[in-house]
Design a protein around this ligand. Sequence first.
Ligand SMILES: Nc1ncnc2c1ncn2[C@@H]1O[C@H](COP(=O)(O)OP(=O)(O)OP(=O)(O)O)[C@@H](O)[C@H]1O
Length: 591
Amino acid sequence: MSEPTTMRQTLKRGFALSPEFRKGFGITLTLAGVAGLGKTAVPFVTQQVTDRGLLAPDGVDVSIAFTFAAIGAALLIGATFVERIVRIRMVVQAEEGLATLRIKAFDTVHDLSVLTQNADRRGSYVSRVTGDVETMRDLMQWTGAAMMIAAFESMIMLVVMLVFAWQLALVVIVAYIPTVVMVKVMQPRIMAAYGRVRARAGDLLAATGEQLVGISTIRSYGVHRHMRDDLARTNRDIVKGDTRAGWLGTSLFSTNAAAQSIATGLALVVGTRLALDGAVSVGTVVAFAFLVYSFAGPIGWIIEMLAEMQRALVGWRRVIGLVDTPVVVADPGADGTPIPRGRGEVSVEGVRLQYPTGPEVLKGIDLEVPAGRRIALVGETGSGKTSFVRLLARFIDPTGGGVRIGGVDLRDVPMDDLRRSVAIVPQEGFLFDGTIRSNLAYALDESTSAEDLERQALAVFESLGLDGWLAAQPHGLDTPVGPRGELLSAGERQLVAIARAYLRDPDVLILDEATSAVDPATEVRISRALESLMRGRTAIVIAHRLSTAERADLVAVMDAGELVEVGSHSDLVELGGTYARMHEAWVAQTR
Ligand SMILES: Nc1ncnc2c1ncn2[C@@H]1O[C@H](COP(=O)(O)OP(=O)(O)OP(=O)(O)O)[C@@H](O)[C@H]1O
């Protein structure tokens, strides 16, 4: 994952990814400047009220004092109003920018190959799309702009101080040197501490998710204490990192508080001396005390917010890292070549595959499956069957050779078209929380009307011989399936998954035969439905039962990443090789 390393890179890439953050930002900042200027009027007005009103040479001039006080009040009210506009603009910009970033992050997660999405990364993705984006909210909504306004106010104050009494201004500058040094030293450390916190938060999410999914295994092995200790360790790391960042932030804050007191004290001492010498007026010294206050206030606030900003930048950096993860399986989109409909011949040429984390698992596979034929893939566990069908569905790309369907190399096929032409029925029919109907809807275009969906769905269940089963469901198509389809039995989930694939009407089917046992009635329903589903289509079946291989047109035997035998069941039995041995063992076991 290519995360930006510096603050400048983060801001540059971050603004490019969410242009909304920058849209109209010039106006927002100008308004913020106006608000800041309005506030800076207070020391001026105070000076005028003191020197020209209260300490006027001819006695107290009430009308001048009153006029300047009224001007000051009007400016302050105006500034507050403008500040409110600035804030509203910032909230809108921030929410729009964050929404865009979330969508881009979701899109990347969808586009990443199944390979990149291995279990340990999934939690990190979730935390990036959710938690990390959230850490940015305050910065984008207000803190960022407010920090700029505050910096602007302090700069103006510094200039004003220099104009008012440069000697006193120098005293203030010297008092603040330690704060500047501390910020330089602490900033990268705070960022590093937050970096660790966010990374561990991702780990925590991944571990929690895994433990929830595996709760029955954890219970049955009684390892919940051990698992909880693992979570507690990660949790402790988060607390440690957060505490360290907080501690570093506080040390900055203390340095700044000391600088503020020293600056004010020194300015008053030196100011009184200068006033006694007649170098500056008493009004100037009084106003200068206000100036120091107005200069130090925003700086103190910036320092306080600095840790918050670092936290947000770390979050931003992590989301950018996710969005910029290279998509290995690239979609040619509209520039691609669709697979001609009705052409389901599969041609595999010299296909090799090596996962980044291990040795080569497919070592040069050649295979031709004519359109409309059924081929059974058999082989020992780990021989590469799943990896092979992943390539056919283009979940990953081969490291060598290529796969063609209907004469088109899969890398040239637009993903939308590929998903229409090739459907997969996995071992475990995954259903989304909703109803049977909503799960079938995924197979059709979004534009399909409700009536069309209903008509097609009922026809599919009938064609698959499942109309009786559907009628027995409490609410027919509207029967709820629960999260992951858990309100249905494993076999019933499989039935819905088969119906879903049938609705899609693909030319090529990839089936991973279920290994888990289901009741005999469901078993019969599943195999009948599968027969109907496969009729007239090219089917590649990972066969875990040799009875399935017996019924296929062709059998392909995989062994340690190689296709060692291809032929009809009877030919291969006759050949007396690997398949014949597997078959013999199976017959001995089952008959
Ligand atoms: N995502 C992955 N990353 C790294 N290695 C993997 C990955 N998936 C599978 N492998 C490795 O590839 C090899 C082939 O695995 P594959 O799942 O394709 O075999 P299989 O024949 O389908 O096995 P089974 O019948 O048990 O499902 C194995 O050695 C496995 O460890």
